[in-house]
Each structure stands twice: as C-alpha cells, then as structure tokens.
Design a protein. Structure first.
Length: 248
C-alpha cells in the first residue's frame, strides 16, 4: 500500500523540535543530582561574592576618577594661591618696614624738638621787666646712670656685670629738666612767670629753688632760680603747618 504525505513540512518541524537542547531540563536535572545543601550554599555565596566584588570594583574605579579630578584641581589652586601668598607676604614686609621707619622718624622728631619747645614756652611766659641769665639742662647722663644702678647684692657676693650696653628706647620722649636763672624788678612778675610756665602744655613741675635780692647796674633786683621739667603735650596742643620749598 502506498502512503503519500500531503504535509511534508510537519516532519521537519517535529525533527527540528526534537533536535533542540532543553536548558531548563538540564538545569533541573543537575539540581536534582546535587542533593547536598551546604554545597548549594557555598555556590550561592561564591556567586554573591563575585557580584559584590564586581560592584565594588566599578564603584572604586568611579571614586578614583573623581578623586583624581579633585586632586588636579587642588594642585592647580595650590600653585595659583602660592603665588598670591608670596606677593601678599612681600607687600606686608614692605608695609612693616615703612611703618617702622615712620615710627622711628616720629620718635626722633619728638626728641629733636624738646628744647625748641621749652625755649619757646619759656620765652612766651616771660613777663615784662624780667629777664633770664641762664637756662641749662639740670639732669645729665651720669645722674641717669646713677639712678639706674643695679640693686646691692648679699654680702660676699659680687654683682654681675651688665653684658653689653643697655637697650636704647627710641620711641619714648626723654626726661628733660631745665634749671632757669633770671632777674626781675617786680616780685609779682616772678609769680606770674611761674603760673604761665605751669599753664604751658610742654612744662610741668615748676619749682622755685631760690630767690634773693642782688645789685645789678646799681639797682636792687630779685634774682630767682627755678626748676622745670618737660612733658609730652596732648596731640591737640600741637599745630602742624605744611612746608613748601621753592626749587630753583
């Protein structure tokens, strides 16, 4: 008996379907063969560890890239700010040098004009019919050194000799005491003279040392001796004016 296949493609499809690999079946068969739960747990842990290592590797690479970019930015900022800091320190050094020079000049000016101020104030306070015969500085360097003598030491011990010269204070105004000798024909003029000296912002501690009657040009006059000290005036009492010099 002869059979004719009226649908020839059905046989090929059945053969192709039978020739495929069933991965689900293979996996199920492999799992069914492995019956040890510890081995399954170990395999799962290994897979989880491999996944975590991969994630950490990717994360660390990303973090390293970010840190590298931040490091480069910080290095560029450091180079730029270093130049700025060097310029700033140089400017501060120049400023401090100028300030020290200005302060030194001011201190020298304060000491330089002590006697001009004293003489000007004494001349301004001098009343009529009164004249001066002597104006000298009463405190000298030797007296100052005696005042600054070291304290006595215990018996049998020698005082230590000072090492080098004492430091000089260039910023303070020196203590200047003046001894004034003059004559007047009016005793009240002497009183006015002392009051005017005390009223001066540059003079303090005016003290009458001695007054006596003497003969000058055949006339009796009162000779007096005064002691006075220089004091630093209030800044408001000092008037400064600009000085202009013509250049030829």
């Amino acid at each position: 008996m002869i059979q004719i296949n009226l649908n020839p493609g059905s046989a090929k499809k059945s053969r192709s379907r039978g020739a495929g690999v069933n991965f689900a079946g293979v996996a199920a068969g492999a799992i069914s063969r492995v019956k040890d739960p510890y081995l399954l747990a170990a395999a799962g842990s290994a897979l989880f560890a491999a996944a975590m290592v991969g994630l950490m590797y990717v994360h660390q690479n990303s973090r390293a890239s970010d840190l590298d970019a931040q490091l480069q930015t910080a290095q560029q900022d450091s180079i730029r700010f270093t130049a700025v800091i060097v310029q700033k320190r140089k400017a501060e050094t120049q400023r401090d040098s100028v300030v020290r020079q200005v302060d030194l000049i001011k201190s020298f000016d304060n000491k330089r004009y002590v006697w001009p101020h004293l003489m000007d104030e004494i001349s301004r306070a001098l009343p009529p019919e009164t004249w001066l015969t002597s104006v000298v500085q009463s405190n000298n360097s030797s007296a100052a050194q005696q005042d600054e003598a070291p304290p006595p030491t215990a018996k049998g011990k020698k005082a230590a000799a000072p090492k080098g010269p004492p430091p000089v204070d260039t910023t303070s105004v020196p203590v200047v005491k003046a001894h004034i000798v003059g004559q007047t024909v009016d005793i009240q003029a002497l009183t006015r003279f002392m009051k005017l000296l005390e009223a001066s912002p540059f003079i303090q501690n005016v003290t009458l040392i001695k007054s006596s009657i003497v003969i000058a040009d055949g006339k009796e006059v009162t000779e007096f001796q005064l002691d006075a000290s220089y004091q630093a005036p209030d800044p408001s009492a000092i008037k400064t004016v600009p000085v202009s010099l013509s250049v030829r």
